[in-house]
Design a binder for this molecule. Structure first.
Ligand code: FES
Ligand code: FES
Length: 224
């Protein structure tokens, strides 16, 4: 009697790759096609995620000294609120993950990555962007120093660098310690290492770091 497992000498057609593939396709396509037929069970009534109504909220804050009010999806970041809703595109989106500092703005005088915070968390806050620091005719001293010392090349990181630099000098004046200088009272004179450490959250792909430190040093009155 022939061994039923022996496929070598059988007269029956072997299960060819072509037949196997056709059978597989039918088993996949069958249910899919059937779902669209008259006899198919009723489709799920669940809404796709994109059709779900967003939750919105009204937010009021001061941006560069001007009262602004927006109705926003509660998931909108402060960065997108500034750029997409208020058209303040001076603040840049680099990584959108809190890694580059291009989106740095000042909120209540403190620098933050605006890509990492939701707009609705800033009800009543005073927000300063690069547009609020100076104008082309009346540059902020830090903006003027960046120009003077070539503190940029492509300029993409520059709004964030300048906002951060302004806030850094305020932090130093206020005695906020850093990793390099845990106790500011112990250090008679700030140096480039201190400024570099404090600016380390602002990445510059063009590598303008030395010139940025020069600009900050000048604005600090040479104390750094
Ligand atoms: Fe916010 Fe990079 S865009 S840190
Ligand atoms: Fe180009 Fe900083 S000036 S990334």
């Amino acid at each position: 009697m022939k061994d039923p497992t022996d496929m070598r000498n059988t007269c029956e057609p072997a299960l060819s790759r072509r037949i196997f593939m056709a059978a597989g396709a039918a088993s996949v396509a069958g249910p899919v096609l059937a779902a669209g037929s008259q006899n198919a069970p009723a489709a799920s009534t669940a809404q796709p995620a994109s059709a779900v109504e967003p939750v919105t909220a009204r937010i009021s804050f001061q941006v560069n000294g001007v009262a602004r009010e927006l109705e926003l999806d509660t998931r909108v970041t402060l960065l997108d609120a500034l750029r997409e809703h208020l058209r303040l595109t001076g603040t840049k989106k680099g990584c959108d993950h809190g890694q580059c500092g291009a989106c740095t703005v000042m909120v209540e005088g403190r620098r933050i990555n605006s890509c990492l915070t939701l707009a609705v968390m800033h009800e009543g806050d005073a927000i300063t962007t690069i547009e609020g620091l100076g104008t082309p005719d009346r540059l902020h001293p830090m903006q003027a120093a960046f120009v003077k010392h070539d503190g940029y090349q492509c300029g993409y990181c520059t709004p964030g660098q300048i906002c951060s630099a302004v806030a850094v000098l305020e932090e130093i004046r206020a005695g906020v310690p850093s990793h390099v200088t845990p106790d500011l009272a112990q250090v008679p004179k700030l140096d480039a290492d201190e400024l570099r450490e404090r600016m380390s959250g602002n990445i510059c792909r063009c590598g303008a770091y030395s010139n940025i430190v020069d600009a900050m040093t000048e604005v600090a009155g040479g104390a750094a």
